[in-house]
Design a binder for this molecule. Sequence first.
Ligand code: PEP
Length: 260
Amino acid sequence: MTTRRPLVIGNWKMNLDFVEALHLVQQLGVLMKNRPVEHTDVVVAAPFVDLRSVSSIIDSERFAIGLCAQHVNAQENGPHTGEISTSMLTRLNVEWVLVGHSERRVHYFMSDEIVADTLRSVVRAGQHAVLCVGEELSVRENGEHEAFVAAQLESALHGLDEKFHALLTVAYEPLWAIGTGVNATVEQVHEMTAHLRKVLRSMSFSAPQVLYGGSVNTENAATLVRESDVDGFLVGGASLKAESFYAILQACDDCYAIKR
Ligand code: PEP
């Protein structure tokens, strides 16, 4: 792990209604108050309909938890039935947005062009964009994974005004590891984070923050964080229970405290 402050984002996907979401945040907040997570930034990516209630409880209980949307439309307003804009998120104190998660790319036809437009809308709104990149298994088997993710970065970030660079976080999420129980190995994560940082630096990003996502759990988090130079995690399944998410936060926190 690098000596940058870790970031862990829980992606709840299409789980938890607003009552369940409140319950989970309350449990997580209590765990974090009993034993604070001092060195790690904690963010939850809730479904749209949960954002208002989760925002209220974070605010009223003063929990050190940031709020993230799982997606947003690139347009500001207008005839986009079923969609949500960045200004709507701003009104709900949302400071983070996942951009181009593979489930959106694969199942909801989010093209590279839409990913690039969405990312620009997010950073122009002053929100942190978490750009998700990652390859299918067949791409890795063909040895093309590095070129594939470099092309994803290029297409999403080319020409992005430097004043927005600090709002970018990249999440490396190989598709074969998402929700499968098969996580990337320490070596694979290490190689890919180094590669992503190199590509980002060649595009003038000075201190790119790179997360890993894909079947991170309480068993593998400590090893991945200790033995690779990843800056933190994007966590799906294991973020749905306060105890398992909190254990991942603690693994990052302990590691950072030792390495600093
Ligand atoms: C994700 O959806 O971003 C993810 C990493 O999921 P999981 O942790 O369940 O593999």
